[in-house]
Design a protein around this ligand. Structure first.
Ligand code: MTE
Ligand code: MO
Length: 314
């Protein structure tokens, strides 16, 4: 997969935290001409967020790891490419379309959603299929809320998601060598999409999403591997057929449609029994911990998969 490489940025190219914070202070001065040039991908908007279920139980990973160690292939293949190569991406204004097999297709103004007081905080475990994990404090709204507003047809069984295509703003999309055919696409079964844990996130740490985390709106499905959490979503479509997904198309033996976190079902090339805890340090390096069934959300989601063979439906 990792076919192309960006020139690696100098450490000084990655905005240090104190510079980032002083930029945010500048934003507050209203010196727009100046701040537009300075802000780049670090521009963030404070959200009117309030604690939802699942806030407060876990200790979040330090913010610099959450915003500096990312997978977002539209901006390159390395973990520091998204933070280093996403400053030309200008997500707002943004319309999220919800259509397909629904009675009331929706066109959601995400800029307006960012200002609403419906936003709640959810602190979730995040487990990448590459066997690393974080704890991320998301701000967002349950996907079920938006789907209910669209009134799904009774024949709808799946939800298909599509990311944005903007090669002029996303260097990974203008490279011919990524091997991915854009847009990045993902899908859920309708009952998975309606589960109360499933979130459309518009922020982290109480502020609007940085570009590298999927601005302005992305999916969070905490009991599934991270790649299901599609970023910068432009379209959601209800359908009666299982939709194609980017990683399944690339390597169907390695990445299934379900992609439920499961320590007993190994990836063909590595064990899924444990995970590296990003942002943790011990004398011997990064801490490892055992991976939990459904990433620790077994109680909330096991019923969705009763009677299913989870080895076959990986
Ligand atoms: N559009 C898009 N969405 C994406 C990806 C991507 O490359 N493109 N990477 C996925 C993967 S593999 C992971 S682990 C998570 C990472 O989210 P984070 O960088 O906010 O932690 O985003 C997922 N969503
Ligand atoms: Mo991932």
């Amino acid at each position: 997969m990792a076919i192309f490489r960006y020139p690696r940025p100098m450490p000084s190219d990655i905005t240090p935290k104190d510079v980032y914070l002083s930029r945010r202070e500048l934003l507050g001065t209203g010196a727009l001409g100046l701040t537009a040039a300075l802000a780049g991908s670090a521009r963030a908007e404070a959200l009117k967020t309030h604690p939802g279920p699942y806030s407060g139980r876990l200790t979040p990973t330090p913010e610099e790891f959450v915003t500096g160690y990312n997978n977002f292939y539209e901006f390159g293949m390395e973990k520091d490419d998204p933070v280093s190569h996403s400053s030309d991406f200008h997500p707002l204004p943004w319309t999220l379309e919800i259509g397909g097999m629904v009675k009331k297709p929706q066109r959601l103004d995400v800029g307006a959603l960012l200002k609403s007081s419906d936003i709640e905080e959810r602190i979730y475990r995040m487990r990448c299929v590459e066997a690393w994990s974080m704890v991320i404090p998301w701000d967002g709204i349950p996907l079920a809320k938006l789907l209910q507003a669209a009134e799904p047809d009774s024949a709808a069984k799946y939800v298909a998601f599509e990311s944005v295509v903007r090669p002029s703003e996303m260097p990974g999309q203008s490279s011919a060598f990524s091997g991915i055919s854009w847009p990045y696409v993902e899908g859920l079964r309708l009952d998975e999409a309606m589960n109360p844990l499933t979130l459309l996130a518009v922020g982290i740490y109480g502020e609007s999403l940085p570009n590298q985390n999927g601005a302005p709106i992305r999916l969070v499905v905490p009991w599934k591997y991270g790649f299901k959490g599609i970023k910068s979503i432009q379209r959601i479509r209800l359908t009666d057929k299982q939709p194609p997904t980017t990683w399944n198309r690339l390597a169907p033996e390695e990445y299934g449609f379900y992609a439920n976190v499961n320590p007993q079902v190994d990836h063909p090339r590595w064990s899924q029994a444990s995970e590296r805890v990003i942002g943790s340090k011990t004398l011997f390096g990064t801490k490892r911990q055992p991976t939990l069934m459904f990433n620790g959300y077994e109680e909330q989601v096991a019923d969705l998969y009763r009677g299913m063979n989870l080895h076959d439906n990986f």
